[in-house]
Write a protein that binds this ligand. Structure first.
Ligand SMILES: Cc1cc2nc3c(=O)[nH]c(=O)nc-3n(C[C@H](O)[C@H](O)[C@H](O)COP(=O)(O)OP(=O)(O)OC[C@H]3O[C@@H](n4cnc5c(N)ncnc54)[C@H](O)[C@@H]3O)c2cc1C
Length: 355
């Protein structure tokens, strides 16, 4: 039996069939609700259930929602199916929606910028652009229809180029096999913009951005937007990498530091060599070493899932405000069936103290 789902703030109603997730039904009916991994691992699709009953179609991964979110009735709509009619509340109002399109692009530039990181520029066909909200991502559509998610690090509007920061995983289908054989001028199909990881452009609260490795990619355009507003609210960037050779775009960050006196950059290295004179350890720990009270901050985090899980465990003791926390967990793959469980590197889990 179908159930009616209503999104309170937006006056949107749609039907969800049996054994169908709320997100799946919404997308089929052209309703673009925020989501990230699509497999219940990242928390981007969480909504508050105001009225009605529901259940998960398959298992819940502990830690994706905080205990207080669970108690307040938050649910992940990528795998929640209604058992009655539902009234749902979104974390944020839906913003202007950019249509998701599939485009053929060509490699404009491909260069190594840091240890294990490629900076990839895609050139869109003449006259095309791909408007997006800072923080959103695209799928690279690979042969055989496999998809991989990559965040847009800079827009296409001025230069005609879209920028991506791709971490190299040895044996990774895209970042190793496919990318290794791609040359300037080669064609690649992309689909986007996608995702609900976005900057709250109206907020005048202080903000902390936490990037792990190539988690800097979605954060870069967010920071550009926020710092471009000439606002006086303090803005911190904590960027964690394994070694000091993991940072890139240093000129851009130096420029932000020069031009914006309320901007602070804290690079943190987890496996420091003796030549590194800066902060060491795990990036989320550096945040709470500097900020005993996080309650006034908007917090944006992007990067390896274990980093985000670890921060979500530690930050609540420092007053983390769930409503003002925005995350993009870089789960491997994407475009996979929602009920397919995916794992990620045990090394990364260990590094950030995940299970
Ligand atoms: C919304 C979103 C945005 C993303 N944006 C970016 C981005 O801007 N830059 C970026 O570098 N990545 C990003 N990712 C992660 C990226 O999509 C995956 O790392 C992707 O799987 C890499 O594809 P691959 O074919 O090279 O590796 P795959 O063939 O998918 O994976 C092979 C193996 O490599 C390891 N692996 C791959 N990715 C990861 C990972 N993220 N963490 C831990 N282990 C991994 C796993 O062991 C996996 O089994 C994003 C992910 C999501 C969900």
């Amino acid at each position: 039996m179908d159930h009616q789902v209503k999104i309170e703030q937006e006056d949107i109603c749609f039907k969800v069939g049996p054994e169908e997730s709320v997100l799946e039904a919404a997308r089929k009916q052209g309703i673009n609700l925020p989501y990230g991994c699509g497999s219940g691992e990242c928390g981007t699709c969480a909504v508050r259930v105001i009225r009605g009953t529901w259940e998960y179609l398959y298992g819940y991964t502990p830690g994706v929602l905080s205990q207080s979110e669970i108690e307040q009735g938050w649910a992940l709509i990528c795998k929640a199916t209604p058992k009655s009619d539902l009234d749902l509340g979104l974390r944020h109002r839906l913003e202007r929606h950019y249509e998701c399109r599939t485009l053929s692009a060509r490699i404009g530039k491909k260069e190594p910028v840091a240890a294990d990181v490629w900076c990839l520029h895609l050139r869109l066909p003449k006259g095309e652009s791909l408007p997006f909200h800072p923080g959103q991502y695209v799928h690279f559509i690979l042969d055989g229809g496999e998809k991989r998610a990559f965040s847009m690090a800079a827009p296409s509007s001025e230069s005609g180029l879209l920028e991506f920061h791709v971490r190299h995983f040895p044996g990774g289908y895209f970042s190793d096999t496919v990318l290794g054989s791609l040359n300037v001028g080669d064609e690649i199909r992309i689909e986007g913009p996608l995702g609900g990881f976005r900057l709250d452009e109206e907020s005048i609260r202080p903000a902390i951005f936490v990037a792990g490795g190539t988690g800097f990619a979605p954060i870069r355009p967010m920071l550009e937007k926020r710092l471009g507003k000439m606002m006086e609210a303090p803005t911190w960037l904590y960027w964690g990498t394994r070694g000091a050779d993991g940072f890139y775009h240093s000129k851009l960050i130096e420029q932000w530091q020069r031009d914006r006196r309320h901007f602070r950059f804290v690079p943190v290295v987890s496996e420091a060599q003796s030549t590194w004179a800066g902060r060491t350890g795990l990036v989320h720990k550096a945040v709470v070493e500097d900020h005993a009270d996080l309650s006034d901050f908007d917090i944006y985090m992007a990067g390896p899932p274990p980093m985000i899980e670890a921060a979500k465990k530690v930050f609540p003791a420092y007053g983390l405000n769930d409503e003002r926390t925005f995350c993009e967990a870089f789960h491997p793959g994407n475009g996979a069936p929602a009920n397919k469980k995916r794992g990620f590197g045990a090394g990364l889990r260990r590094l950030f103290g995940g299970k």
